[in-house]
Design a protein around this ligand. Sequence first.
Ligand SMILES: Cc1cc2nc3c(=O)[nH]c(=O)nc-3n(C[C@H](O)[C@H](O)[C@H](O)COP(=O)(O)O)c2cc1C
Length: 358
Amino acid sequence: MADRPEVHSQASQRDPNARPRRDMKDVGSEDRFSDTSGVLFEQAMAQTRMAVCLSDPNLPDQPIVFANRAFRRLTGYDEDEILGRNCRFLQGPKTDRAEVSRVREAIENEDVVVVELLNYRKDGTEFWNALHLGPIYDAQGKLLYFFGSQWDVSDVRAAREEERHARAMARELSHRIKNMFSVISGIVNVMGRVRGVEDTASEINSRIHALGRAYETTLDEASVGVIDLGPAVKAILEPYAVDERVKFLGNGAQVPFSAMSLIGLVLHELAANATRYGAWAEGYDGQVSVDWQRRDGNAVLTWIETGGAPISGAPAHSGTGATIMNRMVAAARGTIEREWKPEGLHAVLTVPIEGGNT
Ligand SMILES: Cc1cc2nc3c(=O)[nH]c(=O)nc-3n(C[C@H](O)[C@H](O)[C@H](O)COP(=O)(O)O)c2cc1C
């Protein structure tokens, strides 16, 4: 049966009770498409861009009895090369036999099945066919046809493969970076012990670990170049945020991967200070709320402490942590404003973001 919309008789449109077109009879022995919906179905099948075919399970080796134009276009075969053959003629040397067996079993069990099969066009070129099969019954429940729709998903598969590759690379990179952080950390420990400066070494190490955490959560996404700030902020603060004494307020802002070192280190310094002198200091029950937003081309992190150890203004001299933080912020052309209010520190980090979308 051909799908020729141009021959779809005007008569059948005028007369809903018109007999089906002669070629519709090729579908089978029964007159199943003789009503209006049948004619509409026929026209829809002819016009759809989705390749569609019907096979007759009541004939030996289940031959195709209908294939629409899109099927012919997809496979490159003419109608007379398709009708009367089992659809396996589209398979070839690289078609996965296990998937073909799944199709065979589904057909035997009269199940619906969706598989992706490597198929071959008439000219020998390969394409990935997302094949959807299902049985069609008459009103008495007798199996009449199998319906098949074919969709060329070669592009989708290629994109998926690329994505898979990028993720595998990111995982590998993440693994290597983690190793590198632990090697650096080991060197710092050994040097600290040898030189008798264990305290300094452990301080440096806590910074290295904060950086490690900042990268760890973000590397899986690194392939797309932007990082979700929320999960990264939470991971960086995880070792400090005891007893739910931190409130995360930020939205789904994203930042470029390159901003993570700075954000990781600044959060570490703020958290370390809160633990030593502020909201998280021993003997107090203070809270920290952390907010993050994308605003006017900047990532803006707001850190607000309340209920911690009482403070009376800015510290007399800034420690090493603050010096490192200030240098890094300046190098990134950002700013960090700190205000020592009676109830606790308020800090706002602003980092200019080039590229990266929100
Ligand atoms: C309606 C229908 C459409 C089918 N379309 C395809 C197809 O596009 N590509 C394909 O490789 N197999 C297709 N098949 C599957 C094969 O025809 C066949 O059932 C499968 O290869 C398993 O049987 P076999 O192990 O005897 O080959 C289709 C089957 C049916 C019933």
